[in-house]
Ligand binder design. Structure first.
Ligand code: GDP
Ligand code: MG
Length: 696
C-alpha cells in the first residue's frame, strides 16, 4: 500500500522563494555545518517550506559524488534550488557540509552533500563516512554523480565512496537486526540513481549500466561482510538505476531537455521510472523530521551504534509525547472555558456533551499527527492522554452525580409529600412511583456524563441515593403513622369522655363493666381503622403489632387520665356528697326530708354515710363486676421493641396492674376523712333544723 496520502502535494501551490523570503528564511539551509554541528532551524524551515504538516507526503533525495562533478548544478536544474555552484572562472571551493533545500513546486527535501570526496582533497574520510551514514538514514534516493569517462575505472574515487556507502548500510542493517527490530526479508531499500554526466553518446546506456553493475558487484563481493550476511547481494539493500546526461557546455540544449525529462521522474507518480517509490520512504512524519535528523546526526558524530528502528521508536516517543502534551493543552483550554459549576443540587445538562467534545477534540488533535508514528508508542501515549483527560474530568463527573443525587432526592421527597396531601393515597404506591421517577432521573443524568472507556460508574452514588430514599420513605412513613395514631387516639378520647362522665357519676356495681365495655368497643374500632391504613404503608407484621400495642397503651393512658380527672379529691367529694345527700336528705320516694323529733336521725345518717363510704373502694380500682369484662394489656419496663416515633411515650415504664389502681390506700383514707367531716356537717345541720322546728 502506498503510504502517501492522496491529494495535492504540500507546498505545491505557493512558490518556494516567496515563502522563504516572506518568512525571512533562506531558500537553502546548511543542516550540518563545517564544524559538524546540526542546525537548530530545520523546524522553522520545514514550516517555511510548508512541509511541517505534510505527514508522509514528502520525499528526501541526496546527492553523492566527487568534488566538482556538477552535483550542485544538477540539483539546481532538477529541483529549482539555489545551491552554491563552483564558479568556472574562480574554481573556488564551496563550503563543506550538508545543505538542504526544498524542491520548487514539489514536496521534496533535497540534500547537497559537499566535501564528501576526501580522497581528492587529501583529507581523511571521516566526513565522507558520516555524511554517507546520515544520508542513508534519511534519504529515499541517493543520486550518485559520475563522469562518463570514470565508468570502468574501478579504482576511481567513486568506488571508494560507494564502498563506504555499502559498508555503512551493512552496519545499519546489522544494528537493527541485533536489536531484533530488523525487517528481515522485507528490508527497506534505497534507490541508488547513477547519473552519468558528460555522456558523449558513443557508449549506449545499457553498456554503461552493465559495466557499472559489474564493478559494483565486484566491490560488494570484496567487502568483508558480517556473519550471516555473507550471501547477501547489492539487491538485498539497494535498487540500482542509471541515467545519462549530455555535456552541459557542449550540448546545452540536449542537456536541458534530458534534465527536464529526469525532473519528471522526481515529480509524478504516474511518470515512467518514478523514483520515489513508497518502499523507499523512511516513514518519518514530516513534523518529526527535524528531531529525527538531529538525533541521527548526533549519533553519527559521536560514533554511536546507530540502529534506525530504535531511533524511530525514540522519535515516536518524543513526538507522541509532545503531541499528547499539546493535545492536553488544547483540552485544558477547552476545559477552562467551561461555564462555572451550577452549584449544589443543580445540574449542568450540557456538561456531558461538553466533556465529550473536549475529549474528542484533544484526541483528534493528537491522532492527526501522532497516528503516523510507531503504532505501539502512539497507542500507549494515546492511552496515557485519555487517562489524563479522564482524570481531569472525573471531578466534574463526580460532582454532577452528587448533584443528580441531590436533585433526584429532592424531587422524590416533593413528589411524595404532594401525593400525601391527596385524599385516600396508598402510601406504598406513592413511594414506589416517586422512587421509580427519581431513579430514572438519576440514571438519565448519569448516562449523559459517563464517558466511553472511562471506567466511570454511577453505581456507588446511585446506591447512596437509594439508601437516602429508603431513609426518607421511612421517616415519612413514621411521620404518617404517628399522625394517624394521634387522630385515632383523639377519637377514642372523645368517644370515651361521655361514657366515663356518665358512668362515674352514677356509681353502681357494674360501673367499670360499662366503662371497660365501651372502651373495648372504641379500641376495636380504632384498631380496625389503623389496620386498614397500615396496609398501604407496607408495614411489617412486627411494626403493626408494635403500633397496635402502642395504640392500646396510649388509648388506655388516655382513659386513665380521664378517670384521674374524675377521681381527683375534689370531684370525688362532689360525687360522694351527691350520693350522700340523695340518701340522707331525701326519703326512699325521693321526697326531701323535713326532720321531726320522732325521726331516727342517727341511724339514717349512719346508714347513708356507710353506704357512701363503701363507694370509695369501688372508685379506687378499675375492676369490673363480671371478670369477663376485664381488660388485659401487656406491661413493659424500660425501652420497648417499638421503633415507631409515635411511640414517644412507649419507652416509659408501664405496669398495667398498677394502672388499674386509681386511688391509693392513703388517698382513700384521706378522701373518707374529708367526706366524714362534710357528712358530719350535714348531720349537725339536720339536728339543728329539728331543734328549731320543735322550738316553734
Ligand atoms: P559540485 O562540486 O559537484 O557541486 O560541482 P558544481 O555544480 O559546483 O560545478 C562544478 C563545475 O562544473 C562548475 O564550474 C560547473 O559549471 C561545471 N559543470 C556543471 N555541470 C557540468 C556538466 O554537465 N559538464 C561539465 N563538464 N561541467 C559542468
Ligand atoms: Mg556542490
Amino acid at each position: 500500500a502506498d503510504i502517501k496520502d492522496s491529494g495535492a502535494p504540500a507546498g505545491a501551490a505557493v512558490g518556494l522563494q516567496s515563502v522563504a523570503h516572506g518568512s525571512g528564511l533562506d531558500a537553502k539551509l546548511q543542516v550540518v555545518d563545517e564544524n559538524q554541528r546540526f542546525t537548530s532551524t530545520l523546524d522553522e524551515h520545514m514550516e517555511g517550506w510548508q512541509l511541517a504538516n505534510a505527514g508522509f507526503n514528502y520525499d528526501v533525495v541526496a546527492v553523492f559524488g566527487s568534488q566538482s562533478t556538477g552535483k550542485s548544478t544538477l540539483l539546481n536544474r532538477l529541483f529549482g534550488t539555489k545551491f552554491d555552484v563552483m564558479s568556472e572562472t574562480e574554481r573556488r571551493q564551496t563550503t563543506k557540509g550538508i545543505w538542504m533545500s526544498k524542491g520548487q513546486d514539489m514536496p521534496v527535501l533535497v540534500m547537497d552533500v559537499e566535501g564528501t570526496d576526501g580522497r581528492e582533497r587529501g583529507e581523511d574520510q571521516d566526513f565522507e563516512r558520516k555524511s554517507a551514514l546520515f544520508s542513508m538514514a534519511v534519504a529515499e534516493v541517493l543520486i550518485v554523480n559520475i563522469w562518463e569517462h570514470q565508468v570502468g575505472l574501478y579504482q576511481g574515487a567513486n568506488m571508494g565512496l560507494l564502498k563506504t556507502v555499502f559498508e555503512v548500510n551493512l552496519g545499519l542493517f546489522l544494528a537493527a537486526k541485533q536489536k531484533g527490530k530488523g525487517k528481515g526479508d522485507t528490508q527497506d531499500k534505497t534507490l541508488l540513481l547513477f547519473v552519468i554526466r558528460d555522456h558523449i553518446g558513443a557508449t549506449p546506456l545499457a553498456n554503461l549500466r552493465a559495466t557499472l553493475t559489474a564493478d559494483l558487484n565486484r566491490l560488494w563481493d570484496g567487502l568483508s561482510k558480517p556473519e550471516g550476511l555473507e550471501h547477501t547481494t547489492i539487491d538485498t539493500f539497494f535498487d540500482l538505476d542509471f541515467v545519462t546526461l549530455a555535456h552541459k557546455l557542449l550540448q546545452p540544449e540536449k542537456f536541458e531537455s534530458e534534465v527536464v525529462e529526469l525532473r519528471k521522474r522526481f515529480q509524478s507518480q504516474q511518470e515512467e521510472g518514478y523514483v520515489f517509490k513508497s518502499k523507499y520512504h523512511k516513514r518519518i512524519p514530516a513534523d518529526g523530521i527535524s528531531t529525527y535528523m538531529g538525533t541521527i546526526w548526533d549519533a553519527v558524530v559521536s560514533n554511536k551504534d546507530l540502529d534506525l528502528p530504535t531511533q524511530q521508536e525514540l522519535l515516536a516517543q518524543f513526538r507522541c509525547g509532545e503531541l499528547a502534551a499539546s493535545a492536553f493543552d488544547l483540552f485544558s483550554s477547552l476545559l477552562s472555558a467551561f461555564p462555572p459549576a451550577p452549584g449544589p443540587g443543580k445540574l449542568d445538562s450540557s456538561l456531558g456533551a461538553r466533556m465529550r467534545d473536549a475529549k474528542s477534540a484533544a484526541l483528534a488533535a493528537y491522532d492527526e499527527a501522532a497516528s503516523r508514528y510507531h503504532a505501539a508508542v502512539y497507542g500507549r501515549q494515546r492511552g496515557e492522554l485519555v487517562a489524563k483527560v479522564h482524570g481531569a474530568l472525573a471531578p466534574l463527573f463526580a460532582s454532577q452525580l452528587k448533584n443528580a443525587h441531590k436533585l433526584a432526592l429532592r424531587e422524590y421527597r416533593v413528589a411524595i409529600e404532594q401525593a400525601l396531601r391527596t385524599e385516600g393515597y396508598d402510601f406504598a404506591r406513592v413511594v414506589s412511583d416517586a422512587r421509580q421517577q427519581a431513579e430514572k432521573r438519576f440514571d438519565d443524568e448519569a448516562k449523559k456524563v459517563v464517558l466511553d472507556e472511562s471506567g466511570w460508574s454511577p453505581e456507588e452514588e446511585r446506591a447512596a441515593l437509594v439508601e437516602d430514599m429508603d431513609h426518607v420513605a421511612e421517616l415519612l412513613r413514621k411521620e404518617e403513622t404517628r399522625k394517624m395514631v394521634a387522630v385515632i387516639e383523639r377519637n377514642i378520647k372523645r368517644q370515651m369522655a361521655e361514657t366515663v362522665e356518665y358512668s362515674l357519676n352514677q356509681p353502681s356495681e357494674d360501673m367499670w363493666d360499662k366503662v371497660l365495655t365501651a372502651f373495648k368497643a372504641a379500641l376495636q374500632k380504632a384498631e380496625d381503622a389503623y389496620l386498614k391504613k397500615a396496609k398501604s404503608f407496607n408495614c411489617t407484621q412486627e411494626e403493626m403489632d408494635a403500633a397496635l400495642q402502642l395504640l392500646r397503651r396510649r388509648a388506655w393512658l388516655a382513659l386513665r387520665s380521664k378517670l384521674n380527672e374524675h377521681t381527683a379529691e375534689a370531684p370525688m367529694l362532689v360525687k360522694l356528697k351527691l350520693v350522700f345527700e340523695d340518701k340522707f336528705r331525701y326519703d326512699a320516694d325521693g321526697v326531701p326530708r323535713v326532720w321531726k323529733p320522732e325521726d331516727d336521725i342517727d341511724s339514717i345518717f349512719r346508714k347513708a354515710k356507710e353506704s357512701v363510704l363503701e363507694l370509695i373502694p369501688l372508685y379506687s380500682e378499675i375492676k369490673p363486676a363480671d371478670p369477663a369484662n376485664a381488660l388485659e394489656l401487656p406491661s413493659s419496663a424500660g425501652t420497648t421493641e417499638i421503633v415507631d416515633p409515635a411511640a414517644a411515650s412507649a419507652d416509659e415504664d408501664f405496669d398495667f396492674a398498677e394502672s388499674l389502681q386509681l386511688l391509693s390506700p392513703s388517698q382513700q383514707s384521706a378522701l373518707s376523712t374529708r367526706f366524714r367531716r362534710e357528712a358530719d356537717a350535714y348531720y349537725v345541720e339536720a339536728k339543728r333544723s329539728m331543734v328549731s322546728s320543735t322550738a316553734q
